[in-house]
Design a protein around this ligand. Structure first.
Ligand SMILES: [Zn+2]
Length: 408
């Protein structure tokens, strides 16, 4: 699988110049394609476009592979337009020109020597040099991308990671309880982590409220009228934005989780199997329940994908009664306040009960048995809260191929 790492660039001016050149090539590609489509009603082939750009940009101080990379980038966009043509209401091919564009370096332009990543911009020109001390393999490709919020160019390094099974000598399992109030609550036999759902749920509420407003407005006007189209665009924008916000929470939470599993030598993750998570549900669904199911599906996909990349096994456990049963004596009753308290003397944070019981069911096979299977004192539950600007955990959990000091 591929993994992306982000490093700072010192030569900001050079990055800016390259980004401008890339923008010119991109714009030339767009304008040529549309001129030809308009005058001759044909789409220019990628091969012909590459030849044309070779001539057009022959004087540009840029690696020839980087120039072709821009053309390929455009044709990838165009291809997904052709794919979406029969699905969307009113698809438009990518027609916008760009003043600036990302810069792509293919393998032949990349050198890695003594902890320095050297990116060639063609013969006789200044290369881009990046300190990457702990990078221990040559990247597949590298991109210069502008980060709008910080207003700087950064280097996105894409490396290939082998899926390798880690052999832990112990057999430690971590259980995950998926829920609406907290997207994930985990338990590993000692510690319970509660991933706070406040931000996620407020993103979901906001999306649903705004979507309902737009849909009401749209129902009042004629389909495909100017106003209807405008509202439809706003709707699409809202959906995309919400999706990104939700995905960001899930990415950060799952990265944190995998990081925790590595640190605590967890070899199996078992997820409480809510009915329907493993079926694919489309994002267009209307009810809140369906959106939550969509969230669970994305969440479990991410866990599976990330766990697999570091050699952790993922399994599912049927989870009936796991939230109501006492983990110690097996009596069943619903908790009434923040703490789950049982006559047998067991008490714990109620939100963690589900995860504890999923682990019990998975490892012992039953909830009914009276057991003292919980060894020793439990550490009290630990809450994890989402912050949009916290450093992405990617580098933290994925030990390979970087060492510890990714920032070098
Ligand atoms: Zn009990």
């Amino acid at each position: 699988m591929n993994k992306t790492y982000i490093l700072p660039i010192e030569q900001q001016n050079l990055a800016h110049r390259l980004s401008r050149l890339s923008g010119r090539i991109y714009s030339k590609t767009v304008s040529t394609i549309f001129k030809l489509k308009k005058n001759k009603d044909m789409w220019l082939s990628k091969n012909d476009m590459e030849k044309l750009i070779k001539l057009y940009a022959s004087e540009f101080s840029m690696h020839s592979q980087s120039k072709q990379g821009v053309v390929q980038q455009y044709y990838t966009n165009l291809k997904s337009f052709f794919k979406s043509m029969d699905k969307a209401d009113n698809p438009k091919p990518p027609y916008r020109t760009r003043k600036f564009n990302k810069v792509i370096y293919k393998k032949s332009a990349i050198r890695l020597k003594n902890g320095i990543l050297k990116l060639s911009n063609g013969r006789g020109t200044t290369p881009l040099k990046i300190k990457a001390k702990s990078l221990n393999q040559k990247p597949k490709y590298v991109e210069i991308i502008y980060h709008h919020r910080e207003q700087v160019y950064k280097l996105h390094i894409v490396v290939k990671i082998e899926n390798k099974q880690i052999d832990y000598d112990n057999d430690k399992t971590l259980a995950i309880d998926l829920g609406q109030i907290h997207p994930m609550v985990t338990f590993d036999g000692k510690q319970s982590l509660i991933y706070n759902g406040g931000k996620l749920n407020s993103f979901i509420r906001f999306r649903n409220k705004e979507l309902a407003k737009l849909q009401t407005k749209m129902s009042r006007c004629k389909k495909y009228s100017n106003l209807w189209n405008k509202l439809n665009r706003a709707k699409k924008k809202l959906m995309l934005k919400s999706r990104n916000k939700i995905m960001d929470v899930l990415q950060k939470y799952t990265s944190h989780l995998i990081s925790y599993c590595i640190k605590n030598k967890v070899s199996t993750i078992v997820i409480g199997d809510i009915k329907g998570i493993r079926e694919n549900i489309s994002f267009g669904a209307k009810t809140n329940q369906k959106l939550h199911q969509w969230v669970y599906k994305r969440l479990t996909d991410m866990i599976e994908y990330k766990a697999k990349s570091v050699g952790i096994k993922v399994d599912y456990q049927e989870e009936s009664y796991t939230s109501q049963t006492c983990c110690q004596c097996g009596n069943r009753h619903k908790p009434t306040n923040r703490n789950y308290i049982c006559k047998c003397g067991f008490s714990f944070h109620r939100d963690s009960i589900g995860a504890i019981n999923i682990l019990k069911k998975y490892t012992i096979g039953t909830l009914e048995d009276k057991t003292d299977w919980l060894e020793g004192e439990l550490t009290s539950s630990y809450g994890i809260r989402y912050k949009s600007n916290s450093i992405s955990c990617q580098t933290e959990w994925n030990i390979r191929p970087f060492g510890r000091d990714i920032s070098a």
